[in-house]
Design a protein around this ligand. Sequence first.
Ligand code: UD1
Ligand code: UDP
Length: 364
Amino acid sequence: MKKIMLVFGTRPEAIKMCPLVLELKSRPEEFDVRVCVTGQHRQMLHAVLEAFGVTPDFDLDLMAPGQTLFHITEKVLSGMKEILEKERPDVLLVHGDTTTTFAAGLAGFYSGVEVGHVEAGLRTYNVHSPFPEEFNRQAVDIFTKYSFAPTETSAGNLIREGKDPKTVYVTGNTAIDALKTTVRENYTHPELEKAAGRRVILITAHRRENLGEPMKNCFRAIKRVMAEHPDLYAIYPIHMNPLVRAAADEVFAGEERIRLIEPLDVLDFHNFMARSHLILTDSGGIQEEAPSLGKPVLVMRDTTERPEGVAAGTLKLVGTEEETIYEAFTKLLTDEAEYEKMSRASNPYGDGTASRQIADILAR
Ligand code: UD1
Ligand code: UDP
């Protein structure tokens, strides 16, 4: 029997770790499972836990309005120290590249606990983009014992950096495990009904390095395109960061066909993606989910750690300059061949069995 502790703190980590929690818990002869949440996010995290029916054993409940990287790091490091001293798991699993990932992994390393990294090996090799995520994921990969890479490309990055190939496993991304359970043919929602007869544009944004002018540039470009195409209806489930909300309120105030709504539950969001015409985002997770749904994504960032989605044709990097986004968005709406090229479904991030594969490896 192996004692496995999973730790996560934000919405995307929860969406991608809950399928693994459920898989490990379904094998009680093999695994003694502990779930620890840091509470880096509060409402957006708990909505996911509820959707998957996962109850944490520990909650550091650290979120503070307008929190800094210092605050998150300090609270996670000291909170995890106590929990790890008490629980002494055989393996501590962290996910992805948030500050929770980095600080919880570091706590495991300091405590002499073996750390496994789920969604390991993603890289832009630009430590400022995304900030601080590129640092977080590279830093934990220095001390992790097991690397669960979603693709051959991410595994290749780790091996080139000197990881022992025997400790690097290509499993696909658990994001796709979640997606397999959420998208439904007969799904309806009042917001989608309001959009009836129009092309739905889905928007999200939250990256720290885009806060302020870059994010407003993105919003201004979207607003101009929306004004020129009356058959569009934009839905923007807005991140709870007050700085994001202020920027969106400022640029989109009074726009009737740009609906600013509260964050959607994961089941709803996946179905909104499946019904959308195209997506504009700076999110990481959405870049993984969109290819398997065949939904074109304009990625409002200068770099991406998801080159597989670009190679598949679904993702296009458009930066954060107003004019560039305006042109790319307009082209995708008006050039059928371009739209067709980007809307072919593909599965670069696996077949939805990543959690089972990771559990099998941990059992061995
Ligand atoms: C964090 C991660 C980022 C990840 C993103 C996913 C870091 C540094 N950033 O960024 O990698 O892509 O989550 O969304 O780890 N807030 C709430 N309620 C919530 C969640 C957030 O009110 O449920 C507000 C709080 O005021 C909080 C602020 O949003 O202080 C920012 O949250 P934070 O986790 O620091 O940054 P994110 O931009 O969410
Ligand atoms: N998502 C959600 N509700 C929303 C917006 C996004 O459930 O209103 C999901 C989305 O499907 C993806 C994840 O949240 O799985 C992405 O999270 P986010 O963009 O916050 O973080 P990132 O992936 O950039 O780290």
